[in-house]
Design a binder for this molecule. Structure first.
Ligand code: I3P
Length: 106
């Protein structure tokens, strides 16, 4: 799967809240168990990752609908074993379900 999402990092680890808490538009590319983040499709084509971030490893990640986050709709959450935690907003519910199915299927 690939496409645009809004992303916010909530936690850097179990005890450290993320310093940069701004919602950011990201272009996401899933490659098996890896999630690559780019600023936009141009950078995706250039292979330049967002903030030089390494891809997110989805192995053992917990992926759920963020039912407790009520400020925005169609939001899901990825929790990594490290405690790092991100929420993502999709455009609508079908798009969120598309991502949840795709990410769960790894
Ligand atoms: C953050 C920004 C986020 C907000 C976050 C703010 O400020 O307003 O939208 O998250 O609140 O810290 P900035 O862009 O100046 O870093 P929400 O949209 O979820 O409220 P938070 O610190 O409570 O996460």
């Amino acid at each position: 799967a690939e496409g645009e999402l809004l992303r916010k990092q909530e936690m850097e680890s179990y005890i450290i809240r993320s310093k940069n808490r701004t919602w950011q538009n990201v272009y996401v590319v899933q490659q098996g168990k890896l999630l690559h983040f780019y600023e936009d499709q141009y950078n995706r084509n250039m292979g330049t990752s967002l903030n030089c971030e390494p891809p997110m490893d989805l192995t053992h990640a917990q992926i759920t609908v963020a039912g407790d986050y009520t400020k925005k709709k169609h939001v899901f959450r990825i929790r990594q074993p490290s405690g790092a935690q991100y929420i993502f907003q999709a455009r609508d519910n079908p798009e969120m379900m598309f991502w949840l199915c795709s990410l769960d299927a790894v």
